[in-house]
Design a binder for this molecule. Sequence first.
Ligand code: GUN
Length: 291
Amino acid sequence: MKLIDGKLVSAQIKAQIAQEVAILKKEGKKTPHLAAILVGDDGASQTYVASKVRFCQEVGYDSTLIQKPADLSEAELLALVESLNHNAEIDGFIVQLPLPAHISAEKVLLAIDPKKDVDGFHPENVGRMLLGLPCYLPATPLGILKLLEYYQIPTAGRHCVVVGRSHIVGSPMSVLMARNAPIGNATVTLTHSRTADLAAITRQADILIAALGKPEFITAEMVKEGAVVIDVGTTRVADASKKSGFSLKGDVKFDEVAPKCSYISPVPGGVGLLTVTALMLNTLQAVTNRF
Ligand code: GUN
């Protein structure tokens, strides 16, 4: 069993990005500038956004964090998005999800200029991804592709089973694994909460991508001997032994599944770090290779 080391892969990509930024600056070109809008005080969202800002500093990007209270109106948020759409200084921006219940995430994502939508959530980017046109790929699926690429895990002709059909991970992941690309050409099964006899399907997976958000849902009897297992889950579970009061749990019961795998990504230390890294790759693309 080999551990997929998100820290290692992220550090390597980070170094490449930092090198490219140094070249941009030396040539007098624009420094990439990422903005993030955070509405409310969700603890996990604050952690994610803080790690995005930190990453920007580490690679030499400019960053702007716009924090708003949970009672911000939908109209105010839409006006803020519109101002960033027209701000030439900002190359790309994200609106951290989830948003408070009184704000329609759909409406807000639709308002983002697709050319600045470095999260790849706008319907135009989703459509472009489906058609294989230049676009921003959603960060977590792009990060998973980077992990598969780094470890040279073959995908062509293999059976990839994705568990979970979210717009952010499961659905786009199924599209990307099936497309005609170097990391792709897999035979893909997309499973979800209504799938009958899920274990019978996951046991057929050469590559199993767990993205359903249920801690330790995938057990050893659901995994084929020698499978590659990618764990996307990051659920906060109460843990009195931790200073923070919680520990991060993946969707895979790591201790019993790991011995059966050829490769497995841990939580924490796996996919999560690549999500932020992929967002930074998209931000670089916003400056150097805007479609
Ligand atoms: N919430 C959970 N994941 C993401 C993400 O990739 N981007 C944004 N904007 N919000 C999220």
